[in-house]
Design a protein around this ligand. Structure first.
Ligand SMILES: Nc1nc2c(ncn2[C@@H]2O[C@H](COP(=O)(O)OP(=O)(O)OP(=O)(O)O)[C@@H](O)[C@H]2O)c(=O)[nH]1
Ligand SMILES: [Mg+2]
Length: 211
């Protein structure tokens, strides 16, 4: 299931998007999802096993409702190599790392590489992915490092990058809004392309004589 769009009531469009939350062990993926969906945070959270699913319903505007199906994939899953199965049909991704754990940034880049190998848009471009530098409540990022991060983010094909804290609820909604905005844009563009293709299809000549 990639996405479903349909008119629920007159003039109201509903979308269902599958969004991945990926990154190394303990970087705060489940905490990010819990903060976003339920506005809760736990100092002690059990390590995820496999995939946890959550749903967030967003009334985007007066005419648009978005249902985000969040796939929070355990950091250890990369080792098991099941990601091709998990990634299938996703419309976007949060790629999370822990600002207090440098190696988790390398991990995030590996996750992104794997994501780009496994899923792409119809036009061959990567699906939108937002890099989350999580646990920003624990460390101060210098301006220089922030601009290096921005640069890295562009080089590696991320749609954007946010310093977040699931604990202090910093930039959680903002990052999500940013990703959803891009998913909706892509969805709209691809629907327009489909419409154009339909209009460009050669008309069958109804007057032709069949022999
Ligand atoms: N200070 C701080 N701690 C955080 C933040 N987000 C998560 N944590 C803590 O980091 C630990 C790991 O968080 P999880 O959300 O379980 O990490 P995860 O990425 O889901 O880990 P796996 O399920 O093992 O892949 C927990 O103890 C959280 O309380 C944050 O923004 N700031
Ligand atoms: Mg988890």
């Amino acid at each position: 299931m990639r996405k479903m769009s349909g008119d629920s009531e007159l003039g109201c469009t509903e979308h269902l998007f599958k969004v991945l939350v990926i990154g190394d062990h303990k970087v705060g993926k489940s905490s990010f999802v819990k903060r976003y969906v339920r506005n809760q945070f736990y100092e002690e959270l059990k390590t995820s096993i496999g995939v946890d699913f959550s749903m967030k319903v967003i009334d985007w505007d007066a005419h648009t409702r978005v249902r985000l199906q969040l796939w929070d994939i355990a950091g250890q899953e990369r080792v098991r190599g099941l990601n091709r199965v998990y990634f299938r049909g996703s419309s976007g991704a949060f790629v999370v790392y822990d600002l207090t754990n440098g190696s988790s940034l390398d991990g995030a880049l590996n996750w992104k590489r794997e994501l780009d190998c496994q899923v792409m848009l119809k036009n061959g471009h990567p699906i939108p992915a937002v890099l989350l530098a999580n646990k920003c409540d624990e460390t101060k990022v210098s301006r220089r490092n922030a601009s290096l991060l921005e640069k890295l983010c562009q080089e590696k094909g991320f749609t954007g990058c946010f310093q977040t804290s699931a604990k202090e609820n910093i930039n959680v909604d903002e990052a999500a809004k940013f990703l959803v905005k891009h998913i909706l844009q892509i969805n709209e563009e691809s629907m327009k392309e489909e419409e154009q293709k339909i209009h460009l299809k050669p008309q069958t000549n109804t007057n032709s004589v069949c022999c």
